[in-house]
Design a protein. Structure first.
Length: 400
């Protein structure tokens, strides 16, 4: 799905089978900070698809994050990266070490001579675009925010500062490839209508991810998969579970993940008498984690276009998610079923409804959502849409 600059995104389809988006082999350097989470999954899928289409790809990212999973993925990618894998320490927030990273990226650009620098996330957006503020070098700069600075609370000083930085860096951007209509609209609202082209290109799934997942023999009523932090709505979830207990319909839950608020999560469960019905497990592959509950619950306070919801919808897992960010784009015609954020009573109602629904009804609902997702959210459509975006801003002589 692609959007030219404007408030209403316009859809685009993947390129016809066998027909290249551009006849030229491109040299593409992906720049981002942490090899974790949905942003990293997006870059990995995009890099592999671009390589499969005959383009030469490189990665520039942080060396201090990633964990065993991130390290394993990067190790498997490294032999495929014609422009190399380049890592050095990067901080999440502004830091003097940013100057070292900017210098290293400049040297790398001179060495590998990319046609496109594709910047991902707020930090990657700064690194990849900063030099082009002062000197145009003929390299296309594409920027995908992935939420990032746009998830900060509007009205705060930090949000104001980040939006001013985003506005400044627009001058060094050739095309925006937002991954959700929600983030595109937030950009227009808080930064302004871009003078550069916009494409909204949804994250995509592989065909194998549409194989159904069924609960395992030890599955609890609910499963939560994600980071342990307040922005994911865990306090609301705890309150909703407490309400269900008061109603006489206590629900058991497995929570899979890690994060800075794990102790607060454990304390909240204990303080509300829920600890006996809850299990907390470390991160694991999403499809394996989905087997740990009969219904998956995602009570987020803020999201962009979360992969975990896409993956659960594709796998036909009964799903409860809140109406935030790009989540309604995933649910499409079924978005009216989404409860509002920060509403324990509405969340408890939704949980109760799903847990007491007949197997036939759940099978019908999950099959309909999976069919909708399969039409919209594919890796092929994502990869072809991104290459098409690059091509749209290449000089005409460079497109062939």
């Amino acid at each position: 799905m692609s959007t030219e600059a404007g408030l209403t995104p316009m859809r685009s389809e993947a390129a016809p089978k066998g027909k290249p988006v551009t006849g030229r082999k491109l040299r593409i350097l992906h720049v981002f900070r942490a090899p974790v989470g949905g942003l990293f999954r997006h870059v990995e899928d995009l890099a592999r698809a671009q390589i499969a289409r005959g383009h030469e790809v490189g990665i520039f990212c942080d060396s201090s994050t990633g964990g065993p999973r991130g390290e394993g993925i990067l190790a498997s990618l490294k032999p495929l990266l014609a422009l190399g894998l380049h890592r050095l320490p990067m901080r999440r927030n502004p830091h003097p070490s940013d100057l070292t990273a900017l210098s290293a990226l400049r040297q790398l650009k001179l060495a590998v001579k990319p046609d496109v620098i594709h910047c991902h996330g707020s930090k990657g957006g700064v690194y990849g675009r900063f030099a082009a503020l002062f000197r145009k070098d003929g390299v296309i700069r594409a920027y995908t925010p992935h939420g990032g600075s746009f998830n900060h609370q509007p009205g705060t000083l930090l949000h104001w500062i980040y939006m001013r930085v985003e506005g400044l860096l627009e001058r060094a951007t050739d095309i925006f490839t937002f991954e959700s209509e929600f983030i595109a609209e937030r950009y227009i609202t808080y930064v302004g209508r871009p003078k550069r082209p916009i494409r909204v290109i949804w994250n995509g799934l592989h065909p194998r991810e549409f194989e159904p997942v069924t609960p395992g023999p030890q599955a609890r009523d609910l499963v939560y998969i994600g980071e342990f932090r307040a922005a994911k709505g865990l306090p609301t979830l705890i309150d909703a579970l407490g309400l269900l207990r008061e109603r006489g319909h206590a629900a058991s839950i497995t929570l899979v993940g890690a994060g800075p608020d794990e102790q607060e999560l454990r304390s909240g469960l204990a303080d509300n008498g829920l600890a006996a019905d809850a299990a907390i497990l470390p991160p694991q592959a999403a499809r394996e984690a989905m087997k740990l509950g009969r219904v998956m619950v995602v009570p987020s306070r803020a999201e962009s276009l979360p992969y975990v919801i896409l993956e659960a919808a594709a796998a036909r897992v009964p799903l409860i998610a809140t109406k935030v960010g790009g989540v309604p784009e995933i649910f499409g015609p079924y978005a009216s079923t989404l409860p509002p954020r920060d509403d324990p009573s509405a969340l408890a109602d939704a949980i109760e409804c799903r847990l007491h629904a007949s197997p036939e009804r759940l099978a019908e609902e999950t099959a309909a959502l999976a069919a909708f997702v399969e039409k919209r959210f594919t890796v092929d459509a994502m990869a072809d849409g991104v290459i098409s975006a690059y091509c749209a801003v290449l000089a005409p002589s460079d497109r062939l």
